[in-house]
Design a protein around this ligand. Structure first.
Ligand code: FCB
Length: 471
């Protein structure tokens, strides 16, 4: 391993009035994902995904909500793109629904599915908005789950085939390609705690799923490059800085294991082309490593052009807890998450804006030269329209502003960050929470599908247009 150095600080342009100016060309984006906004679950030959099955299983999603209609974006994409443009948004991160392209997860692409995304991308370009495409935001075709899902090695090969089909069709018009969104969630919420689709509780199997997700990523990278040589290809991971509650050996060990599972299990093999020894030992202890074949790590380490960083919060942890029920931490079920008394968003996540600065600088230190995009950051607040119809979501604006200041500080300290994608453009289907948790900067009335930009959207659009935060 090479010695780690702090990145070299850089001088950013001075903003008039003392605001925080971002580097020229910084992308100001918003993010969404297919199942959370599209709806039109049966349209144009779309197959079922694990999220259709899961959401339709009683008791899995709050209030029995499903993504059947969601924000009806499939029928309103033109209008949603026009709205982004009016707001001043410069880039849009969306995901492709695998079951629209391959309803059963294998075989030729359905042209209707490809056409929908081609139209979306063309309309983004017409409005001067840069598309950033994610191939997998958790909607695995149900037929592939029936054949073993991510616990089956074959799914990694199916994913690479799907990646090739999409990049062949859209490679001429999309520059930024993300393979997976948050494989931590897909593996551990999907196959360990079971609170996400497919709802499995198999801790050892969740580590197998994690490896196959990584393998799928590594196989997809060259498949995308073959079809789209100019593509910038990367992966999006969700990071949480982890702090031990005390200097005790038990607390430090707890912090090490949570950091290993959350922040290093996916990043290290992607960037280093090998699982470090401590990760391999953890895998060996919890799942064995029979599924890890010679050559896999090299495949996983296919060079990437960027790392997508999703950031919402940070953790303080302690050892010596009692495992209770299914946990998304295979081999760390005993770890306790300590309440620091920080303010929380409505979904219950503690707010730690400085954690984003620390996280970006850690990545810059450990993986010098790696370009990052913040591919998600945002907050759930249950804001409601005033009598005059305006949504004064000051708490969300404050959250975004404090996190953008953290990004700016990290960039000034030398982290290479090419852009920021706010989660989310629209209120949407927040997975196991259903529509109860609103992350949008645009309010969606789910009865009428009327969109109302919140105050945060107007504020953010202004920042995007000026490329700087107010002084
Ligand atoms: C992330 C997901 C995204 C959204 C936000 C709030 O984990 O990638 O789809 O649900 O959380």
């Amino acid at each position: 391993m090479t010695a780690e150095h702090d990145p070299a600080p850089r001088t950013l342009p001075q903003a008039p009035g003392g605001g925080a100016e971002f580097p020229p060309g910084f992308l100001w984006g918003v993010a969404t994902s297919a199942y959370q906004i599209e709806g039109a679950a049966d349209r144009d030959g779309r197959g079922a995904s694990i999220w259709d099955t899961f959401a339709h299983t009683p008791g899995k999603v709050a209030h029995g909500h499903t993504g059947d209609t969601a924000a009806d974006h499939y029928n309103r994409s033109e209008q949603d793109v026009a709205l982004m443009s009016e707001l001043g948004i410069g880039a849009y991160r969306f995901s492709v629904a695998w079951p629209r392209i391959q309803p059963d997860g294998r075989g030729p692409a359905d042209p209707r599915g490809l056409d929908f995304y081609r139209r979306l991308v063309d309309s983004l370009h017409e409005h001067g908005i840069e598309p950033a495409l994610t191939l997998y935001h958790w909607d695995l075709p149900q037929a592939l789950e029936d054949a073993g899902g991510w616990r089956s090695r074959d799914t990694a090969y199916r994913f690479a085939e799907y990646a090739h089909l999409v990049s062949e069709a859209l490679g001429d018009r999309v520059r930024i390609w993300g393979t997976l969104n948050e494989p931590w969630c897909a593996a551990f919420l999907g196959y360990a705690s079971g609170i996400h689709a497919p709802g499995v509780t198999d801790p050892a199997g969740s580590l197998v799923a994690a490896h196959h997700l990584l393998l799928g990523h590594g196989l997809a990278v060259p498949a995308i490059r073959a079809a789209a040589p100019a593509a910038e290809v990367g992966i999006t991971l969700n990071f949480y800085p982890v702090q031990a509650d005390s200097e005790s050996a038990a607390d430090r060990d707890a912090a090490h294991r949570i950091d290993l599972l959350q922040n290093r299990l996916f990043l290290d093999p992607v960037v280093r082309g090998a699982y470090p020894d401590d990760i391999r030992e953890h895998l060996d202890r919890v799942s064995g490593t029979a599924y890890l074949r010679p050559g896999d790590e090299k495949v996983i380490g296919a060079p990437v052009d960027f790392l997508g960083v999703n950031y919402y919060s940070s953790y303080r942890v302690a050892g010596g807890g009692e495992p209770s029920g299914p946990s998304p931490w295979p081999g760390a079920e005993d770890v306790r998450f300590v309440d620091r008394g920080l303010p929380r968003t409505d979904i219950g996540w503690e707010i730690d804006a400085d954690g984003l600065r620390r996280q970006l600088l850690r990545i810059a230190r450990e993986h010098p030269g790696l370009t990052m995009y913040i591919t998600e950051n945002g907050a759930a607040f249950d804001d409601v329209p005033d009598a005059d119809g305006r949504v004064r979501d000051d708490a969300r604006t404050a959250y975004i502003e404090s996190h953008l200041r953290a990004v700016h500080e990290a960039v000034a300290a030398g982290a290479e960050v090419g852009g920021y994608f706010l989660w989310s453009l629209l209120d949407n289907f927040e997975w196991a929470e259903g529509y109860g948790m609103r992350f949008g900067i645009v309010r969606v009335d789910f009865d009428t599908q009327v969109r109302t930009p919140k105050q945060s959207a107007l504020w953010y659009g202004d920042v995007a247009l000026r490329n700087r935060l107010p002084g």
